[in-house]
Design a protein around this ligand. Structure first.
Ligand SMILES: Nc1ncnc2c1ncn2[C@@H]1O[C@H](COP(=O)(O)OP(=O)(O)OP(=O)(O)O)[C@@H](O)[C@H]1O
Length: 256
């Protein structure tokens, strides 16, 4: 359903994404992993049409998304890594605004928005300004906004960010339920445990390039590692976390 073909993105002379290709089929949850700065959000922005690839193409149902971005965005739900919410609006007002922008029927505002606010556990804060929301509450608003129009494709960039244990569990079950309904989901995350449990396939990025792809089981077998976290550590980590932490702690406590 969603396909990235030989995507490159250059910032100045530096390639942030290098020749990345993948397919996310209907009903699939594809995990997108990589260390900080490896190109995950840049890829997410290209597959949502917010950023034009330097090279390569993104297709939705076989058609270049650039040919009709408006039509594509009507079928796309996106949870960005950086929440860009209007702080002076209440949660309800913001979601009504999104529904209006998307020209959704009145019933979305009168029924779906209040029901989703309730189900996400933020109905009590619905009339308060978003500027006063916690990080997790903002994340819930972003998730609701991405789902209001019942999209076919979901691009989730760090969807668990700020969510408490219960909310994160609800979100993971929700992602599975949405995939069962046939949605194609790209799930970018640092929470390897969730990726291992949720995702049908995993793509591992390193310095903008895809260094491994397969099911979690295939990657574990291939790398002879017990968990996806160990696979990831072997593929991507270039420093020993324990000794790095020791060096930082030593430096912090060093006085001239
Ligand atoms: N607008 C920009 N201008 C210049 N360089 C950029 C820009 N956006 C991203 N980069 C660079 O591109 C590389 C990839 O960044 P990106 O945000 O895609 O990584 P990421 O994998 O999402 O990282 P994180 O896990 O920290 O969110 C980084 O080196 C970053 O500095």
């Amino acid at each position: 359903m969603l396909e990235a073909l030989h995507l490159w993105k250059f910032y100045g002379g530096t390639a942030a994404v290098r020749d990345v290709s993948f397919v996310v089929g209907a009903g699939e949850i594809v995990g997108y992993l990589g260390a900080n700065g490896s190109g995950k959000s840049t890829t997410a922005r290209m597959v949502t049409g917010l950023l034009t690839p330097s090279r390569g193409v993104v297709t939705f149902k076989g058609r270049d998304i650039a040919e009709d971005l408006v039509a594509y965005r009507q079928r796309l739900g996106y949870v960005p890594e950086e929440p860009a919410l209007y702080g002076y609006l209440s949660g309800r007002e913001y979601l009504e605004f999104v529904a209006q922008l998307r020209a959704l029927p009145d019933s979305v505002v009168t029924e779906k928005v209040p029901a989703l606010l309730r189900l996400f556990g933020i109905a009590d804060a619905a009339e308060l300004d978003i500027s006063g929301y916690s990080k997790g509450m903002k994340q819930k608003v972003l998730l609701i906004a991405a789902l209001l129009h019942d999209p076919d494709v979901l691009v989730l960039d760090e969807p668990e960010s700020g969510l408490d244990v219960t909310a994160a569990r609800v979100m993971r079950h929700l992602v599975t339920a949405l995939a069962r309904q046939g949605k194609a989901i790209l799930y970018s995350s640092h929470v390897l445990d969730s990726v291992e449990r949720l995702c049908t396939r995993v793509i591992v990025l390193q310095q903008g390039a895809c260094v491994a792809t397969g099911t979690s089981e295939e990657l574990r077998t291939l790398m002879s590692q017990p968990t996806l976290e160990d696979v990831f550590a072997q593929l991507v980590l270039r420093q020993d976390p324990e000794s790095t932490a020791r060096d930082i702690a030593d430096l912090v406590t060093r006085h001239p």
